[in-house]
Design a protein around this ligand. Structure first.
Ligand code: PEP
Ligand code: MN
Length: 393
């Protein structure tokens, strides 16, 4: 799909001073007037552009702390004024929007669970019509770029011109050492499709614990994100939500001091070594594509055989063997197991899809051969282009 233009304001037109990037920091939840004030005043000593604090918290289980509610808005705003910072909080419905506007909240964000639901996003967009407040849109819980873009479009269609996307990781079915693993290709594709849309990263909700926040923050900087959203609490151990992932203000300061910011633009063009390596990569990709095409041709011929002999397309035992074997081989060559697994899952899925296109034998031939499978060997159909193939699969 071609990049399409979204008429949004440039980050320099936001009522926010990037220091040096668009850094949003503050507690997961506003808990008390003193907690948010103390956090804000400590934070003000470091590079921070916007103070965050959740007022209504979308919790997985009822009975958990679900946010302090409306009184917290005034505490947040007061803390922002004391620290000289604009403030932001999550709005998940028109009532939240109304209360935030009344309290003078400077920027709203739409949480991941809300972005997942177009009805909810539309209700928020309708409540925002006629008000030009900046809105940050977190990615949906599931790795669905269109849903994320759809939410951004709904807010944009309501007349909002200051919109920002926030990559906060995705909920996946596989066990992971992240709370919500980042899937960088999705925000990178978002940037390709909507290059003018500011984009920041929320390493706190990606990691779920303090340990890797700095590494994810650095990755985001290396991928030229415009900033970060990081949860910071004056006493993380006492936090009423997301205690394990909140940093102290001084840990936040230390993280920022260690970040390095690559310069925008393709500086790599200056290097002849990089140019040579890129040529090599182009040639390797060419080979990869040719190999994949050959592999699919083999799968097609096997698919015809399966169809002719009324054999199920999915051969689970064979697939388990292939997956295990390929992951092991990849690891021996220092490729990561998760990368190899995902790659071969994609390849296998595509091979099955290609085989699925082949009409079933009963549709092509109302009287299929009744020969037992063991006797029916080696009658692979030979499409013109594949006669010389050496298929081992
Ligand atoms: C948050 O930022 O506190 C939050 C709940 O975020 P998300 O919607 O990304 O889970
Ligand atoms: Mn949180």
């Amino acid at each position: 799909m071609k990049p399409r233009k979204l008429d949004v304001d440039h980050l320099r037109d936001w009522p926010v001073r990037p220091r040096p990037k668009f850094m949003v920091a503050g507690p997961c939840s506003v808990e008390s007037e003193a907690q948010v004030l103390q956090t804000a005043l400590h934070l003000a000593a470091y590079d921070v552009a916007v103070l965050r604090g959740g007022i209504w918290k979308p919790r997985t289980h009822p009975g958990s702390f679900e946010g302090i509610g409306v009184p917290g808005l005034a505490w947040l705003k007061k803390a922002g004024i004391a620290a000289g910072l604009p403030v932001t909080t999550e709005a998940a419905n028109p009532y939240h929007v109304e209360q935030c506007l009344k309290a003078g909240i400077d920027i709203l964000w739409i949480g991941a669970r809300t972005t997942t639901n177009p009805f909810a996003v539309q209700e928020i967009a309708d409540a925002l019509r006629g008000v030009n407040i900046p809105v940050m849109v977190k990615n949906p819980m599931n790795a669905d770029l269109e849903l994320w873009i759809g939410a951004i479009e709904r807010i944009h269609n309501a007349g909002i011109t200051k919109i920002m996307a926030v990559h906060r990781g995705f909920s996946i079915y596989r066990p992971s050492s992240y709370r919500n693993p980042p899937i960088w290709r999705i925000p990178i594709e978002l940037r390709r499709r909507l290059p003018e849309l500011p984009l920041i990263c929320d390493p706190s909700h990606i990691c779920g614990s303090r340990a890797r926040i700095a590494a994810i923050a650095q990755e985001a900087m290396d991928f030229l994100f415009d900033g970060l959203m990081i949860e910071v609490h004056c006493a993380p151990a006492m936090a009423r939500s997301d205690a394990a992932q909140q940093l102290t203000p001084s840990q936040y300061g230390k993280l920022l001091r260690r970040l390095h910011y690559p310069l925008a633009g393709d500086g790599t063009r200056r290097s002849s070594a990089v140019r040579a390596l890129r040529k090599e990569i182009d040639a390797i990709d060419d080979e990869l594509i040719a190999l994949l095409a050959r592999r699919m041709e083999c799968a097609t011929r096997i698919g015809s055989w399966k169809r002719n002999h009324n054999v199920p397309l999915l051969q689970l035992e064979r697939w388990e063997h292939v997956l295990h074997d390929r992951v092991q081989r990849s690891v021996k060559r220092h490729l990561s197991a998760s990368f190899a697994r995902e790659l071969f899952e994609h390849i296998h899925e595509e091979a099955l899809a290609v085989q699925e296109q082949i009409p079933a034998a009963t549709e092509r031939n109302p009287d299929p051969p009744a020969a037992p499978i063991d006797n029916a060997t080696d009658e692979l159909e030979s499409p013109a282009s594949t006669t010389t193939l050496n298929c081992r699969n």
